[in-house]
Design a protein around this ligand. Structure first.
Ligand SMILES: NC(=O)c1ccc[n+]([C@@H]2O[C@H](COP(=O)([O-])OP(=O)(O)OC[C@H]3O[C@@H](n4cnc5c(N)ncnc54)[C@H](OP(=O)(O)O)[C@@H]3O)[C@@H](O)[C@H]2O)c1
Length: 251
């Protein structure tokens, strides 16, 4: 039975992915910073779940956590790079650089480091990597500045991994969701402003964490000879707008 490491397991997509994977018979290592949330999941999911407390932005901590995995949990078949965050929705010229730094540290450096550490094992197992990108990595929006750029990195990194992994049997997918409710994403983005976060999803019939989890199962259960390179998904209610043109009154 495959062993699957899911980052960002303590909330949102990651939590739902762990639940769906265990229900489908997989063994799951769930990684995140909040140990108590992982312990709750362990109580719910039992022996098929291994809680791994780590901060992805701390290389030494990630190294130590991976090295301390018990032997029967150490051969990982699938890495799901789900942990990530957006901070703030300010225009670039008004944004706090600390927010940019945290997003880059988590979404780019953290994701790259754990991938780099696990790649040799994934090659041995002819394994699979599923990265959680975002439509923000393709379509710009005001205030998306560095968050969108980190997800553009994840998209191109996924495609470049495919190029390097040719012939190894390792599969790589970038899953790129649009508006998804039922997670802590906007609560984190708006720094605990629950009302602002909840308002964003009112009446939207957005994608839910369970929808993402089911898509992950579908990706894992594709036959070995099929690689889904990129999978962009939006709620039906979300669409595209015209490109705005700013009229300058003084010219
Ligand atoms: N929700 C959306 O609309 C949406 C749309 C497209 C893409 N995405 C992407 O989907 C992924 C999951 O988002 P979500 O909506 O499920 O958000 P969420 O509910 O806020 O969950 C984020 C997860 O990432 C973990 N995490 C954050 N920083 C970490 C760090 N330094 N080290 C380890 N774990 C860390 C958090 O755990 P701890 O706090 O316990 O560490 C949490 O489990 C993200 O990559 C996000 O960018 C979300």
């Amino acid at each position: 039975m495959k062993t699957i490491l899911v980052t960002g397991a303590s909330a949102g997509f990651g939590r739902a992915i762990c639940q769906e994977l265990v229900q489908s018979g997989y063994r799951v290592i769930g990684a995140a910073r909040r140990q108590e949330k992982l312990e709750d999941l362990k109580k719910e999911l039992g022996e098929s779940f291994y809680p791994l407390s780590l901060d992805l932005t701390n290389k030494a901590e990630v190294d130590k956590a991976l090295a301390q995995l018990p032997e029967n949990w150490s051969m990982i078949d699938v890495l799901i790079n789900n942990a990530g965050l957006a901070l703030g929705l300010d225009k670039a010229q008004e944004a706090d650089f600390n927010d940019w730094e945290t997003m880059i540290m988590t979404n780019v450096l953290g994701l790259s480091f754990i991938t780099n550490q696990l790649l040799p094992k994934l090659v041995l197992k002819r394994g699979q990597i599923i990265n959680i990108g975002s439509i923000a990595g393709t379509y710009p929006y005001p205030g998306g500045n560095v968050y969108g750029a980190t997800k553009a990195f994840v998209k191109q990194f996924s495609l470049n991994l495919r190029a390097d992994l040719a012939g190894t049997g390792v599969r790589v997918t970038n899953l790129e969701p649009g508006l998804c409710g039922g997670t802590e994403f906007s609560f984190v983005r708006f720094k605990g402003d629950k009302e602002r976060a909840e308002k964003l999803y009112e009446g939207t019939n957005s994608i839910q964490p369970e929808d993402i989890a089911k898509t992950i199962i579908w990706l894992i259960q594709q036959p070995q000879h099929i690689n889904i390179n990129r999978l962009e998904m939006m709620p039906t209610s979300q669409s595209f707008g015209a490109l705005p043109v700013h009229i300058q009154e003084d010219k």
